[in-house]
Design a protein around this ligand. Structure first.
Ligand SMILES: [Ca+2]
Length: 594
C-alpha cells in the first residue's frame, strides 16, 4: 500500500497550529467555483489543448479527484446544494433560479460564528435570503447568465462591463486584499466563466478551432469547433484569475495555511452535457491544495460529492457539522487518497429552462439513471439551444448525419431507465438496462435509488414545471416571467414512491395502497396519468397525491413507517410482503382513522 503523506495529518487536521499572529490556528479556505466548466476541459484533467497553466499548477501542488460529482448539473441548484451540504430537492431550490429559502443552514454562517471572515465575490445566483451569512458579498452583474423574457433579449445575455468584469472574477483579488488581518478567512470565489454567451478576443492568445477536442456527443464540424474554441477562451480567462489569487495568497504569506478547493458547478454548456445526468454533466474537476497537508501531485479515484464539501470544511476548521448536512467528511481522503468515503453518489435533474425530472446513482463502476420525463427530449439549456453548435446539429439532424449519441438531445420518448458500464463505456452510449447479464447490477442500483429516495424523502412534484423556451429555437415562451418566483408551496403534504416488484417492507417505504379506492386523485409518478388510464398502474413508480390544501401539515406519523395519511383522515396500510404488480391491483388497503 502506498505510504500516506504526513501521517500526523488525521489527528491534526482540525485546529492545527499556524504561523503566529494570524488567528486561532485554523486554516483559511478559498473555494473557487467555475461556471459550466466540464471536468475534462483543463490541462490538469487531461485536455492539453486548453491553456490552463494556473489550474494545472494548482493540481500539481495538491490532490486531483478523478471521481468527483455535483448533485445537479444546473447552476443555482448545484450551488445551493454545495453551500447547504444537502441534496437539491432538500434545499427547496432544486430548480434553476429558485432562491435558497432563509430556513436553510449553510456552512458559511457556521464559519462566521466562530470567527472566520467570510466573503463571496463573483457569481452569486442564490437569492437574497442567505446573503447575510457572509460578512461581504460582492456580486457580479448577473446579466451574463439570466436570459431575458422578450424575444429580442439576446443582447442582454452578455455580461456588461470590462473584459475582467465579464469573467465575474474581477473582485476576487480586491476582496482578498480587503480582508481583515488576524482572522482566518473563507472566500467563495465564483466565476461567470466559461458560461455562455461567447465572443472573440477576450484573451491574448485565443484557442484555434482546429486544436479543440470535440467530444463524441458533438459533431465534428466547423461551427462546433469555433464554438468550443470560444468556450476554451473563457476557460483561459478564468485560469488567469485563478493565477492572480494564487499569487496574492503568496504575497500575503497565506498560501501555506490556506486550503484551496477548485471545482465547477456543472458540465460544459453544450448538448448532452450541462443539465444531463451523464458524467459530461455531473462530473466536476475537483482539486484540493493545502501545502504541507495534502501531498502535491496526488490523485484520488474515490467517489466524492460536492455535498461532502460543507462537512469537510467545518471538520478542518474544528467545527461540528450541522445536523442538516447530508454529505460526508472527506478530510481522511486528504491524508490518504485511497480512503473510501462512499459507495455511491446521487444526482438530480430538475427543471432548467425546460421541463425536466430524473435521478441518477453512480458507483465507481456503473451509472443508473431514472428518467421521469420520457416524453421530452433531452434538450440542453436555452442558451445552448441558441448556440451555433445546436443550430448546426439541427441541420445535421435533418440530414440524418448525427450519431445516436449526438441525436439524443432531439429524441423522445426516451428510456425509463439507463444503465452504463462506466469502465467499458465512459461516454455512456450503450444502455445496459435491458441486458440480462446486467440484471443484478440493475436491481442493486434500483434498490439503492429506492433507499436514497426514502431517506431523503424525494418525490415527484405534483406538476412538472413547464417549458419556458422553445425547444428548437430557444426563444422565450409567453409563460416566462422574471424574476422567477420561489418554489410554490405544495398543496399536498407529501407523496410516496415505491418501486414495482419490491416488497414494500423491504424498502421501508410508506404504505402503498389500492390508490384508486382510497384516493381517486392518485397519479402515476412517471406520466401523471390517473388511475384507470392506460398507464396506471403498470409503471414502476406510483405517486399518491394528497389533496387536502387546507391542511398543509405533515401527517404526525412517520412516513417511513408503513402508514401514511390520505385525505378524509384516512390512511392505509399494506402488508409487509405485498408487492406492486404491473397490470394488477396494487393491493388490498385497510382503511383506518389516522
Ligand atoms: Ca453553471
Amino acid at each position: 500500500m502506498r505510504p500516506t503523506f504526513l501521517p500526523f495529518l488525521l489527528s491534526s487536521l482540525a485546529l492545527t497550529p499556524t504561523h503566529a499572529g494570524e488567528g486561532p490556528g485554523r486554516p483559511n479556505v478559498v473555494l473557487v467555483i467555475a461556471d459550466d466548466l466540464a471536468w475534462d476541459d483543463c490541462g490538469a484533467f487531461g485536455n492539453s489543448q486548453v491553456k490552463t497553466p494556473n489550474i494545472d499548477k494548482l493540481a500539481r501542488g495538491g490532490m486531483r479527484f478523478d471521481r468527483a460529482f455535483v448533485t445537479a448539473s444546473s447552476c443555482s441548484p448545484s450551488r445551493a446544494s454545495l453551500i447547504t451540504g444537502r441534496y437539491p430537492h432538500n434545499t427547496d431550490a432544486e430548480e434553476l433560479h429558485w432562491p435558497l429559502p432563509p430556513k436553510q443552514v449553510t456552512f458559511v454562517e457556521k464559519l462566521k460564528a466562530t470567527g472566520y471572515w467570510t466573503a463571496a465575490a463573483g457569481k452569486w445566483h442564490l437569492g437574497n435570503a442567505v446573503k447575510g451569512r457572509f460578512d461581504l458579498v460582492r456580486e457580479a452583474n448577473p446579466a451574463g447568465f439570466q436570459l431575458g423574457t422578450g424575444k429580442d433579449d439576446k443582447a442582454r445575455m452578455t455580461a456588461q462591463g470590462s473584459n475582467d468584469a465579464q469573467s465575474g472574477c474581477d473582485q476576487w483579488v480586491p476582496v482578498l486584499r480587503e480582508r481583515p488581518r488576524g482572522r482566518p478567512f473563507f472566500l467563495w470565489l465564483a466565476a461567470l466563466d466559461p458560461h455562455r454567451d461567447y465572443e472573440g478576443g477576450i484573451i491574448a492568445r485565443p484557442h484555434r478551432p482546429e486544436d479543440v477536442v470535440v467530444p463524441p456527443s458533438l459533431p465534428d464540424v466547423p461551427e462546433v469547433r469555433k464554438d468550443l474554441a470560444l468556450y476554451y477562451d473563457e476557460i483561459g480567462r478564468l485560469d488567469q484569475h485563478v493565477g492572480e489569487v494564487l499569487a496574492e495568497l503568496d504575497r500575503q504569506g497565506e498560501a501555506g495555511n490556506t486550503l484551496i478547493l477548485f471545482l465547477s458547478d456543472n458540465g460544459r454548456p453544450f448538448p448532452r452535457c450541462k443539465t444531463t445526468l451523464y458524467d459530461s454533466g455531473i462530473k466536476t474537476p475537483l482539486i484540493a491544495r493545502w501545502p504541507g497537508r495534502v501531498e502535491p501531485g496526488s490523485r484520488s479515484g474515490s467517489l466524492v460529492s460536492t455535498i461532502d464539501i460543507a462537512p469537510t470544511i467545518l471538520k478542518l476548521a474544528g467545527i461540528e457539522p450541522s445536523p442538516t448536512f447530508q454529505g460526508k467528511d472527506l478530510s481522511p481522503l486528504l491524508n490518504d487518497p485511497k480512503t473510501k468515503v462512499r459507495d455511491l453518489i446521487f444526482a438530480e435533474r430538475n427543471w432548467h429552462d425546460y421541463t425536466s425530472h430524473g435521478r441518477a446513482a453512480r458507483s465507481e463502476g456503473y451509472k443508473y439513471i431514472r428518467n421521469d420525463d420520457q416524453d421530452k427530449p433531452l434538450t440542453p439549456p436555452a442558451d445552448a439551444v441558441r448556440s451555433p453548435t445546436y443550430v448546426a446539429m439541427r441541420r445535421l439532424r435533418d440530414l440524418g448525419k448525427l450519431t445516436p449519441s449526438q441525436r439524443s438531445c432531439f429524441v423522445s420518448p426516451r428510456p425509463a431507465e439507463e444503465l452504463y458500464d462506466m469502465g467499458a463505456d465512459p461516454d455512456e452510449t450503450v444502455n445496459l438496462a435491458g441486458d440480462p447479464e446486467h440484471a443484478k447490477v440493475l436491481a442493486d442500483m434500483r434498490r439503492a435509488m429506492a433507499e436514497w429516495t426514502r431517506e431523503t424523502e424525494d418525490a415527484m412534484p405534483e406538476k412538472l414545471s413547464p417549458d419556458e423556451f422553445d425547444r428548437e429555437t430557444g426563444d422565450p415562451l409567453p409563460n416566462r416571467v422574471r424574476p422567477r418566483p420561489t418554489k410554490p408551496t405544495p398543496t399536498s403534504t407529501g407523496s410516496i414512491v415505491a418501486s414495482r416488484g419490491e416488497p414494500v417492507a423491504q424498502q421501508a417505504l410508506a404504505c402503498w395502497i389500492d390508490a384508486a379506492a382510497v384516493h381517486p386523485q392518485a397519479t402515476c409518478g412517471r406520466c401523471l396519468a390517473s388511475p384507470g388510464s392506460a398507464c396506471y398502474p403498470r409503471n414502476y413508480i406510483v405517486r399518491l397525491v394528497r389533496e387536502d390544501p387546507g391542511s398543509r401539515r405533515r401527517c404526525p406519523r412517520d412516513l417511513r413507517t408503513s402508514e401514511a395519511r390520505v385525505p378524509g383522515s384516512e390512511f392505509a396500510r399494506v402488508g409487509a410482503n405485498q408487492r406492486l404488480r404491473g397490470g394488477s391491483s396494487i393491493g388490498r388497503a385497510q382503511r383506518s382513522q389516522c
